[in-house]
Design a protein around this ligand. Structure first.
Ligand code: UN1
Length: 497
């Protein structure tokens, strides 16, 4: 049954002003219509931003622990409805059920974590250099926040962005990915049920050009947080720079796993399978490059391709499936195009490379797990983010060369090394130029209590998720307060006695 999905503006569910809709379909079976969705434009965006602006003062003055109580209730609702939400993630986004449940769990973790921040949000109190004077820093909210989220973590990433913005007292205008609007709506419904007042959180469905960009350009939006493709992110960064808006983006990776000659190969293969083909390779953190020491290269490739050949591709709702569909026809074509590029560049295709179109695959976007070997570092399939089940294997003569190859890409999100030698892993830990580094673990699986993001063209601005340097830094600014209770004029730096 298809749901009718509306915008949520100023506490009310409303159709798009121009009355248009678009469809959200199941990527495993495109006959299955999941939702008919409001197709919004600048008029809807303006209403949502106006509502958020109006609600800002009262919300920002609500004690943070009270805001936290709403988030605790939301987390509890998420726990209660985890299975139902997981099934929806599986149906609308295509993930296999265990991963879909993991997506919801990440939102549960994040919501509890940020609820707890309601009683922390600490600043500093430091001594003043003058008598009868004190000095402290406090975090204050910035205002109206626009959030644009991707489809690959349709519950988790909205939670990364929304819960820190809300706990710190900002109001939100949210445009979820057009591929997963029903998941986003369910998450918003839960936050509303938990008690968010009208206007504090507004959701506008639609496409980047017609709804996302007007949101970013709206003069009443103070902060923009974007996760998605790199060209879009960099364009939005330009707009935000010229309008003096706070901005953060996270836009992808080309994440390597280095496999050294002393690695536990069984473990490395499990990590490479999980990182390369989990979520059908549709994670920013996906292990799309394997850089293998020449001494174990051939043995590794044999074991890895034999294991990958056994992966079962199918609808995520089928318990036996290990690899679900890719999200859409556009992505499907893009990934198949990249496979052609790899062949033309001279890489050797040793597994997969084809779309699956028969039987249970007939109505969805299924691609075989694909492995290229003899990939050269400068080939496009070794440099560009494919976002599909395609893994490039490269060869290295030693650790130094492996790290150089790992770093020689425009992105810097995640990297991993498998080795039993503590000195080698320590060098890798120091020299890999990425936001996340894993030792003897795959490139995916970041936890929410530390910041998530990367270096170089992966990201800009404060990072998503928790911890120092995480999302609280995006949604607050520091106010420094000096209070002089001496009753006389005191001059900092000048009154020395
Ligand atoms: C993403 O791919 O955009 O570390 C997010 C991971 C997940 C988050 C991925 N926790 O793979």
């Amino acid at each position: 049954m298809a749901e009718k999905i509306r915008n949520y503006i100023n506490g009310k569910w409303v159709d798009a002003a121009r009355g248009k809709t678009f469809e959200s379909r199941n990527p495993a079976d495109n006959r299955d219509l999941v939702g008919t969705v409001a197709d919004s434009d600048a008029t809807d965006v303006d209403k949502a931003v106006t509502a958020a602006r109006k609600a800002f003062r009262e919300w920002s003055l609500t004690p943070a622990p009270h805001r936290g109580e709403i988030l605790y209730r939301a987390a509890e609702l998420l726990v209660k409805r985890k299975k139902e939400l997981g099934e929806l993630v599986c149906r609308e986004m295509g993930k296999v059920m265990p991963e879909a449940m993991g997506d919801v769990q990440e939102a549960i973790d994040m919501t509890y974590y940020m609820a707890g921040e309601g009683r922390r949000l600490s600043g500093e109190t430091v001594p003043s250099e003058l008598p009868n004077k004190d000095a402290k820093s406090v975090r204050v909210p910035i205002g109206v926040v626009a959030q644009i989220t991707p489809w690959n973590f349709p519950i988790a990433i909205p939670s990364w962005k929304m819960t820190p913005a809300l706990i710190t007292g900002n109001t939100v205008v949210f445009k979820p990915a057009e591929e997963t609007p029903v998941c986003a709506t369910r998450f918003v419904e839960i936050l509303i049920e938990a008690g968010l007042p009208p206007g504090v959180l507004n959701m506008v469905h639609g496409f980047g050009e017609t709804a996302g960009e007007p949101m970013v350009r709206h003069p009443e939006v103070d902060v923009v947080s974007f996760t998605g493709s790199n060209p879009v992110g960099e364009r939005l960064a330009g707009i935000c720079g010229s309008m003096h808006k706070h901005f953060t983006m996270e836009t992808g990776g080309k994440n390597p796993i280095i496999i050294m000659d002393d690695a536990n190969l069984e473990l490395a293969i499990e990590g490479a399978i999980w990182g390369g083909f989990g979520t059908s390779g549709q994670r920013c953190t996906a292990a799309s490059r394997l850089i293998v020491h020449e001494a174990v290269h051939d043995r590794f490739v044999k074991m890895f391709s034999e294991r990958a050949a056994l992966l079962r591709v199918g609808p995520g709702s089928d318990k036996k499936t290990e690899i679900g569909p890719v999200i859409s026809e556009a992505q499907y074509r893009r990934i198949l195009d990249y496979i052609e590029v790899g062949k033309k560049e001279g890489a050797k295709l040793i597994l997969g490379g084809n779309a699956l179109k028969k039987g249970k695959h007939a109505n969805g976007y299924f691609i075989e797990p694909t492995i290229f070997i003899d990939v050269q570092p400068k080939m496009r399939i070794a440099q560009e983010e494919i976002f599909g089940p395609v893994v490039a294997v490269l060869r290295a003569r030693n650790l130094r060369e492996a790290i150089d190859i790992a770093n020689d890409v425009p992105f810097g999100l995640s990297a991993a090394i498998y080795s039993q030698d503590v000195n080698k892993t320590a060098v890798a830990e120091r020299d890999l130029n990425t936001g996340l580094v894993y030792i003897n673990a795959s490139t995916i699986g970041a936890e929410i209590q530390l910041p998530f993001g990367g270096t170089k063209r992966t990201g800009l601005g404060p990072r998503d998720a928790g911890g120092r340097g995480g999302a609280l830094d995006l949604y607050t600014q520091w106010k420094i307060i000096y209070r002089d209770y001496s009753g006389r004029l005191q001059k900092a730096q000048i009154d020395k006695e």
